[in-house]
Design a protein around this ligand. Structure first.
Ligand SMILES: O=c1[nH]cc([C@@H]2O[C@H](COP(=O)(O)OP(=O)(O)OP(=O)(O)O)[C@@H](O)[C@H]2O)c(=O)[nH]1
Length: 569
């Protein structure tokens, strides 16, 4: 996400920092001269280690208990932030809108000797700090490395805060009158590495330790949630539930407007009224009016007093068929393939299997050959969906790690070559072979863009059967989630056999760590569609480790896909 100027939007407003923390005051002090009353900001910082929350120590012994627990280990620092936008309505009562988000930063402590611990505690610094240390001062001595936003550890994630303000103030003026997604996805990277000497683990307990965010996130919610008496449903809770219940209606309105060509039409001919749009898309005026108004309420279109309609920024960015980051192909796939499959979610949950036969009346023994690639139109639609996802995520994946040492890469299942193209753009020395099924390769030429300096080539083959092209780097973007562990092992074994020491595997998937709704819903998506699943970082690390890959590093690009690299030892 590109960050636009946002802090100036707070000018002339009274911003109340609902926090006693002098550090937060300091971080936000420079942001503006604030006058009129309407924004309240609250924040709370906690440290999570081994599934336990550490807040501020109550005395020196408590500080000792905390710091000795952190010694030699990596822990997470979470700051939860709530922004309340207040607005006096015409009845003189106050409407308010609540935006909440949190940021996680990982901090690794050195091994601390007893005398070091007590010297630090005696300095008095730990007492008013979450986890018992102040990274910005003497506590910095204790820290070996930090992955993520430093200011988040100090008590306020200023960058994420600005990104949220950007969504509120810059994305669309209309959004001010609507709810904003609480944990909006942004394009910053959260990086971290698995502990050195990353060992294989088949112990389910290891998975829990690898995902401390389960308990800490729940407890963080407790910490930042407001305690209240049971006075019946609260307005925000009710609103949230209704939003969730309405989710499918919103999706279908978006799919339908996209399918009927509403966004392309209003781009070439802005300011049409409902009757004019209805005529162009060959639909009823009544239905078109409802659809256009729904799109306005969702922030996809804008309107004005004359009741004519225009594309909002979101539509221009993602919904035009020729936008550089068009999600049009993916939207059509969601509408025509994913939607029918999801109507059988209950069966999928009961049986633990995909639902192709129920949704489309056809047996699907081989997921790709029997469902997606056995009909030319469906194949093109699927390729177009993969193409649009790869275009939107490609740059974030291609630049997640320093790949300068790799001169040759092979994108296994690389479909239209969109990610390969981003890789060659980001790495001028790199040549990329896209390896995919013959039926895909024969159609890949239809997809623009044409590849830079011919450093992308296509090779037809089946990665479960045929010899893999030699490469320094193997890329698996949205591939492993299609398959159960047994098949993943087959593929990783084949890749490992083609690798030499120092070669690497780069995996781009939505990882389940962190309780992001998109990832968890994507996991349901894999359930209804495939025999595969979404996985956690630790699961990938374990799978790779069994094939001789180690030194696993993960970057959360927060752009649909997370990226993981592992090196052949
Ligand atoms: O490295 C650092 N880690 C944490 C801090 C400071 O610790 C406190 C965290 O406590 P909390 O979120 O409860 O905030 P309070 O100070 O109690 O203010 P509230 O009134 O908002 O509860 C916070 O001050 C961090 O800045 C640090 O300084 N360095």
């Amino acid at each position: 996400m590109v960050l636009n100027p946002v802090i100036s939007k707070l000018a002339g407003k009274l911003v109340v920092l609902a926090s006693a923390s002098p550090r937060r005051m300091e971080i936000l002090r420079n942001t503006n001269h604030l006058k009129t009353p309407d924004v309240v900001i609250g924040a709370d910082t906690i440290v999570a280690v081994d599934g336990t929350i550490l807040e501020k120590p109550v005395d020196k012994n408590d500080a000792y208990r905390m710091l000795s627990r952190l010694s030699g280990k990596e822990h997470s620092v979470y700051t939860g932030v709530v922004i309340v936008l207040c607005h006096e309505n015409e009845n003189k009562s106050v409407d308010y809108r609540l935006i909440d988000f949190y940021e996680e930063t990982k901090v690794k402590f050195a091994d601390l000797s007893e005398s070091m611990l007590w010297e630090y505690i005696d300095s008095g610094e730990p007492m008013d700090k979450a986890g018992g240390y102040g990274i910005q001062a003497l506590g910095g001595m204790l820290v070996e490395r930090v992955h993520g936003d430093f200011l988040n550890v100090v008590g306020f994630p200023l960058n994420h805060f600005c990104k949220q303000l950007d969504v509120v103030f810059n994305t669309s003026g209309l959004l001010l009158s609507q709810e904003i997604l609480a944990h909006s996805e942004t394009n910053v990277k959260d990086e971290h590495t698995w502990p050195l000497g990353n060992s294989c683990s088949t112990n389910p307990a290891a998975e829990n330790t690898a995902a401390p965010s389960l308990s800490s996130r729940e407890q963080l919610t407790e910490v930042i949630g407001t305690e209240r008496e049971d006075n019946g449903p609260q307005k925000d809770d009710l609103q949230r539930i209704i939003e969730l219940m309405d989710g499918f209606k919103a999706s279908k309105a978006l799919f339908t407007a996209s399918r009927l060509g509403v966004f392309d039409l209003l781009q070439s001919r802005p300011e049409l009224d409902a009757a004019q749009v209805a005529q162009e898309i060959k639909a009823s005026v009544k239905g078109t009016q409802c659809l256009l108004d729904a799109c306005v309420s969702l922030g996809l279109l804008r309107t004005c007093q004359k009741r004519v309609y225009m594309n909002a920024a979101l539509a221009q960015g993602f919904l035009l068929s020729d936008a550089p980051h068009s999600l049009g192909g993916y939207i059509q796939h969601c509408d025509q393939t994913v939607w029918p499959l999801f109507t059988h979610l209950e069966c999928a949950v009961r049986d633990g299997t995909h639902q192709h036969e129920k949704a489309f009346g056809k047996k699907a023994n081989d997921l790709f050959q029997d469902t997606l690639y056995n009909n030319q139109d469906i194949k093109l639609r699927f390729m177009s969906a993969m193409h649009s996802i790869a275009k939107v995520t490609g740059r974030a994946v291609a630049t997640a790690f320093d790949l300068s040492r790799f001169k040759t890469a092979c994108d296994l299942g690389g479909c239209t070559g969109a990610l390969a193209h981003e890789l060659t753009k980001a790495h001028p020395e790199m040549r990329v072979t896209v390896f995919d099924l013959p039926t895909v390769v024969e159609m890949s030429g239809r997809f623009s863009p044409q590849h830079s300096e011919n450093r992308v080539s296509f090779l037809a083959g089946d990665f479960f059967e045929d010899e893999l092209p030699k490469a320094d780097l193997y890329i698996l973007a949205r591939i492993l989630h299609d398959w159960p562990d047994e098949k993943v092992h087959v593929l990783l074994r084949r890749i490992a056999d083609s690798c030499t020491s120092g070669s690497a595997v780069l995996i781009a998937e939505t990882m389940l760590d962190g309780w992001k709704p998109h990832s968890a819903l994507q996991s349901l998506n894999m359930l209804v569609q495939t025999e595969g699943m979404e996985r956690r970082e630790r699961q990938f690390a374990d799978l790779l480790c069994q094939h001789g890959f180690g030194d696993v590093q993960v970057v959360h690009t927060r752009n649909f896909l997370d990226a993981l690299i592992a090196f052949k030892m």
